[in-house]
Design a protein around this ligand. Structure first.
Ligand code: UGA
Length: 436
């Protein structure tokens, strides 16, 4: 198959490299010439484990090429994927579809022969209909069918998720798309990954419903964690106890400082808007969005309490800034709200993150300083807060920390330590939903 990937951002790049690895000929295009130049020089603009090697291997084999030449990529392709951004629109929270629609116009202008156009970007219900309409209007002769094929990749585990998916969802309105999409996913299909065909609107909604459900699951366990703190119960054991029920499932029940990232916050908000506009408001998700937004900032209170009720003039070391480990993505990261709240309360913040500091520098309030490792961050600090559970924070040397910190206080927002093990070194410990 000859595949054109419009948009070489996170989803486009990972999917393009994985499709090339399946043996397809993939042409990834992007309007950002500097990005394409970097990719052609073997530099990957995002941090994703395994991606650099995958890109290099397939580029070397000639199956993966990068350019800014959209017309050529489209003209040569059997399948054109749209993998451009759909950020939240300023002001109303709806998904901004201008990049998707402009891609549709460009595709229409250059398409040759029967071509399947696939939206991989996360798009609200009905977007496929609009893409269809735009293509027909721009080029009435175009022999095109528009398909929805949402992505379920997690940052930091994207390649594994792509190659071992729980399911592949394909929404079609024309049977001619079915064999083409089966061919695109043939290696996974042969490995028995369920390939679900449905109509286009249903497919678009599956993506939002999946992300909203997961965001709700996290928010549920976070509120149970708050209750645990009030009544003296342990949230990890509650999660384990309910998670063993197959109807609930044990995943996405880790209590923490609230969900962040480029997907859950944006997608939950967009679903709320779509549902309100459709006259079928989803109150559970409206509440999820509100609870999670408040939670991030409220988490600073934990630090204040652990510091004896006051952080003014104190130094707080923050370990982990990205919204989760194994990414450099800072979008809607809980650290942003926590650090801002601490600074507002008069604390000095010293931060360290293995991959996210470049991005964080422009996003955290002025006055925040950055360290080059966990111990330099902790030096002279009155408290140490782990906000993101990078592996390198899982085996900290507490003896050393005790010596270099002003006060031995640990706030563990990801519950990666046991109270007893840090207490043994003289540390005061605060986790999430584990008061004892
Ligand atoms: C999420 C979904 O998991 C993917 O399936 C989906 O494809 C993707 O969004 C998307 O729509 O593109 P991602 O945002 O990369 O993936 O990250 P997750 O691993 O889902 O984590 C999201 C947030 O939830 C993080 O802030 C994480 O710390 C938090 N989280 C996750 C918890 O607080 N507790 C959990 O148990 C799990």
């Amino acid at each position: 198959m000859r595949i054109a990937m419009i948009g070489s951002g996170y989803v486009g790049l990972v999917s393009g490299a994985c499709f090339a690895d399946f043996g397809h000929d993939v042409h990834c295009v992007d309007k950002a010439a500097d990005k394409i130049e970097a990719l052609n020089a073997g530099r990957i603009p995002i941090y994703e484990p395994g991606l650099e090697e995958l890109v290099e291997r397939n580029a070397k084999a000639g199956r993966l090429v990068f350019s800014t030449d959209i017309p050529r990529a489209v003209a040569e392709a059997d399948v054109v994927f749209i993998a451009v951004g759909t950020p939240s629109r300023r002001g109303d929270g709806h998904a901004d579809l201008s990049y998707v629609y402009s891609a549709a116009r460009e595709i229409a202008a250059s398409v040759t022969g029967f071509t399947v156009v696939v939206t991989k970007s996360t798009v609200p219900v009905g977007t496929g209909d609009e893409v269809d309409r735009i293509i027909a209007e721009t080029n009435p002769k175009a022999d095109v069918t528009v398909v929805s094929n949402p992505e379920f990749l997690r940052e930091g585990a994207a390649i594994d998720d792509f190659k071992r998916p729980d399911r592949i969802v394909v929404g079609i309105e024309n049977e001619r798309a079915r064999p083409v999409m089966e061919e695109v996913y043939r290696p996974l299909y042969l490995n028995k990954a369920p390939l679900i065909f449905t109509d286009r609107r249903t497919s678009e909604l599956i993506k939002y419903a999946a992300n909203a459900f997961l965001a709700m699951k996290i928010t549920f366990i976070n509120e149970i964690a708050d209750l645990c703190e009030q009544v003296g119960a342990n949230v990890q054991e509650v999660a384990g106890g309910i998670g063993l029920d197959n109807r609930i499932g044990g995943k996405f029940l880790h209590a923490g400082p609230g969900y962040g990232g480029s997907c859950f916050p944006k997608d939950t908000l967009a679903l709320v808007k779509t549902a309100q506009d459709a006259g079928a408001p989803i109150r559970l998700i409206e509440t999820t969005v509100a609870v999670n937004d408040q939670r991030k900032r409220l988490m600073a209170r934990k630090v204040v309490a652990a510091c004896g009720g006051e952080v003014r003039g104190k130094t707080v070391a923050i370990l982990g800034l990205t919204f989760k480990p194994n990414t450099d993505d800072m979008r809607d990261a809980p650290s942003l709200a926590i650090v801002q709240a601490l600074v507002d309360l008069g604390a000095k913040v010293k931060a360290y993150d293995p991959e996210g500091m470049e991005h964080a520098k422009g996003m955290l309030p002025p006055g925040v300083t950055f360290a080059d490792g966990p111990y330099t961050a902790a030096e002279g600090a009155d408290a140490l807060a782990i906000v993101t559970e990078w592996n390198q924070f899982r085996a900290l040397d507490f003896r050393r920390l005790k010596e270099i910190m002003k006060a031995p206080v640990l706030i563990d927002f990801r519950n990666i330590y046991k109270r007893e093990e840090v207490a043994r070194h003289g540390f005061t410990y605060a986790g999430v939903g584990r008061p004892k």
